[in-house]
Design a protein around this ligand. Structure first.
Ligand SMILES: Nc1ncnc2c1ncn2[C@@H]1O[C@H](COP(=O)(O)OP(=O)(O)OP(=O)(O)O)[C@@H](O)[C@H]1O
Ligand SMILES: [Mg+2]
Length: 508
């Protein structure tokens, strides 16, 4: 299971990692391709610009050549041709000049594509350019007038003068275009190379990471296998321990049961012996034997109960009985001990408590007797009281109602220290060994009572010296005596769930 989960999460992580890595690499790759396209496009654009810029040089030369031909050729035909050429060239010259500065889609020049330096250079070029254009246009207009010869020479002079300046400035512009195109291509190539290195690096890192992932997965699988093996071993050990504990409890239960038979014979025969004629000394000895035998029986019974509960062999019986009579019989049993210590034994049963209930009367008596006998045992003056209340916790028309009966056994005795409270309900735990030596007992009473309460659907807890131990039923607020209010002695509480017997009427 652990392994499956681990494999699933690893595969999931691996897939996500792989997809993310590949996506990054792919996007970088596409960026690279786009950059390469951009470089090509840029270079193509730059070469076109450089071409046209170069052509401007050539056109300006053509202008000078054609104008000279008009001036110096004696043949009318050549003059005519040169005039036509001049017209076409000046038009193309202007078109190209404007296109280079502001862009021209027909020439394939992008709008406003010049750097500030080139813009500045064009500004400086403007003067010779305008002069050449103006002189050429004027030349074309005045070519057939009377004063033509004088003016043509003037215009040609202007054209030739400005052509020189134009050529050198245009050269500079062409160089600048070339320089900028190369620089841009270099930069883009640099970015492209950088991205290529990043892609390679990423692929390399991904490879290393995947390698590490596979290794750690192997490691994790190994650990998971070991853990699973250890878990299985622990499970096995736990099962063994549980079966050993069960065997032990069964053994204890059997042994205690076996001891009870001869013990009964011993106590019975001792009782018979006491009825015979004995001198006072012999009677005293026999009475001591009887008392010791009875004490031993109590201890054996406790061990038997405890072992039976632990071996899951104790079964509760459902008997219909009178709750008040049960409480009174418990008090009767302990009355002589209380009288010996001059303690008052009291009980109250809340009016709402059903008198006839269905539960295991023997086990309920066992709990009450243990708690009351403890209270009497650990109280030197004052009183021991049993307070019984109840709460109906479910009632419907089809079933007889269930009651949670709450018993509080309150004493004015020595109380229990907060330290003692911590282990109170554990088997064989006795708070003060010196006191217990005086009173005897095995320390099993409360542990048995706790288990019996739980088997009867209830809980047990105690309040003493302002502290609480056990599992208080907090829903039943009205039955809870405030822990801080118990400053003298102790109050043991326990609850059991019972059904009322519908066939038997309530007794008053
Ligand atoms: N009402 C009480 N007042 C003070 N201490 C108590 C009271 N009830 C129980 N104790 C303490 O809790 C310990 C455990 O009680 P528990 O009934 O389990 O054993 P026990 O009475 O010593 O022996 P056993 O009931 O097996 O004969 C007692 O030894 C005592 O120290
Ligand atoms: Mg006891």
């Amino acid at each position: 299971m652990l392994k499956k989960l681990q494999n699933f999460s690893f595969a999931h992580y691996f897939a996500v990692f792989y997809i993310v890595g590949l996506s990054i690499v792919a996007s970088l790759f596409f960026t690279n391709i786009t950059l390469a396209k951009k470089i090509l496009k840029g270079q193509f654009q730059a070469s076109r610009v450089i071409n046209i810029a170069g052509r401007q040089r050539m056109l300006s030369q053509k202008l000078s050549k054609a104008s000279l031909a008009i001036n110096f050729s004696s043949k009318q035909e050549v003059k005519k041709q040169s005039q036509e050429e001049l017209k076409d060239v000046v038009q193309l010259f202007q078109l190209s000049h404007n296109g280079l500065q502001w862009g021209d889609s027909e020439l394939g020049l992008i709008d406003n594509n010049n750097s500030p330096i080139i813009k500045q250079m064009f500004l400086e070029l403007e003067e010779p350019y305008q002069a050449i254009v103006k002189a050429t246009e004027d030349l074309l207009v005045t070519i057939n007038s009377d004063s033509a010869q004088r003016n043509i020479s003037l215009f040609i002079e202007i054209i030739l003068e400005n052509e020189k300046i134009f050529l050198s400035k245009m050269d500079q512009i062409v160089f600048q275009y070339d320089y900028e195109a190369q620089k841009q291509a270099q930069q883009t190539r640099g970015i492209k190379n950088f991205l290529l290195i990043v892609v390679l690096l990423l692929l390399f890192l991904e490879g290393i990471h995947i390698q590490k992932l596979i290794e750690s997965q192997k490691q994790a699988t190994k650990i998971a296998t070991e853990l699973e093996e250890k878990n299985q071993q622990l499970d096995l050990a736990l099962k063994e321990a549980q079966s050993v504990a069960k065997l032990k409890s069964e053994f204890m239960a059997n042994i205690s049961h076996e001891i009870r038979t001869p013990m009964n014979g011993l106590i019975g025969m001792t009782n018979v012996l006491l009825e015979t004629t004995l001198d006072p000394k012999q009677r005293n000895f026999i009475e001591i034997i009887l008392e010791s035998g009875e004490n031993l029986m109590v201890i054996i019974n406790d061990i038997l109960d405890f072992s039976k509960i632990n071996a899951n062999k104790l079964e509760l019986e459902n008997q219909v009985f009178n709750l008040r009579e049960c409480v009174i019989s418990c008090l009767d049993l302990l009355a002589s001990q209380a009288t010996d210590k001059e303690l008052d034994l009291l009980y109250t049963i809340d009016d709402s408590t059903p008198e006839i209930i269905i539960a295991d009367v023997t086990r309920l008596r066992q709990i009450v007797i243990n708690l009351v006998s403890n209270a009497v045992k650990f109280t030197n003056s004052g009183e021991v009281a049993i307070i019984v209340t109840s709460e109906e916790i479910n009632s419907n028309n089809y079933q007889s109602p269930t009651h949670q009966i709450h018993f509080a056994i309150k004493d004015t005795g020595i109380g229990i220290s907060p330290e003692g409270l911590k282990t109170l309900f554990q088997p064989f735990s006795q708070v003060d060994s010196s006191i217990n030596r005086k009173y005897g007992g095995t320390g099993l009473g409360l542990a048995i009572s706790k288990q019996l309460c739980e088997m009867m659907g209830g809980q047990i807890w105690v309040e003493s010296r302002g502290h609480v131990a056990g599992n208080p039923v907090i829903t039943n607020q009205k039955n809870l005596v405030c822990a801080n209010s118990v400053t003298v002695g102790s109050t043991f509480h326990f609850t059991v769930l019972t059904k009322t017997a519908p066939s038997i009427p309530k007794l008053d």
